[in-house]
Design a protein around this ligand. Structure first.
Ligand code: FES
Length: 171
């Protein structure tokens, strides 16, 4: 006995064809949207990177002037330094590397000093040694302020024997 299955009519075939065509267009459109989202987010991430290279310098943007007030000490992990806004409103960028044996030195806000976790050296907000075994201050990096933007050149840490105002930048 022959089954009674309906055979597609001539109008159903183009309709099915049209449906598949639209389906493929939708899949392609979604693929293009996803691809442009991935490319866009990669570009955005790259442009957010605060590190730039300029003729032998490696510049880190450490924020705007109005983000700081005297007494602030802010870690800038991208540059491995602290930006200190001193009491006179000037800025000093201090390397976070201990001058004893190179450990990373955290800032202790409640004690207002850097305390090295390795052998206990301490440094004040100018990076000057308060407690040995470190014998010289934390290195510093030059700071520039342009249109309210604080820029720090981390291409070379500067060694010093003491603190003086030439190591800072006024706003
Ligand atoms: S490495 Fe900092 S005190 Fe030794």
């Amino acid at each position: 006995m022959k089954e009674n299955t309906p055979t597609p009519t001539t109008t159903e075939i183009p309709r099915r064809h049209l449906l598949f065509s639209w389906l493929w267009k939708c899949v392609a459109a979604i693929g293009i949207l996803e691809l442009s989202w991935v490319v866009g987010s990669l570009f955005h991430r790259r442009s957010r990177n605060r590190k730039t290279k300029e003729e032998g310098s490696i510049i880190i943007n450490a924020g705007m002037l109005d983000q700081y007030k005297p007494g602030d000490v802010k870690a800038v992990p991208e540059g491995k330094f602290y930006l200190v806004c001193l009491e006179d409103g000037s800025f000093l960028a201090l390397s976070r590397t201990c001058t004893h044996l190179g450990c990373s030195v955290p800032w202790h806000e409640e004690q207002k000093k850097f305390i090295c976790p390795c052998h206990g050296s301490t440094f004040d907000e100018h990076g000057v040694v308060l407690t040995p075994p470190a014998i010289r201050p934390l290195d510093y990096f030059p700071v520039k302020i342009e249109n309210g933007l604080i820029r720090v050149d981390i291409s070379q840490a500067r060694r010093r024997d003491s603190f003086d105002a030439s190591q800072t930048q006024h706003s």
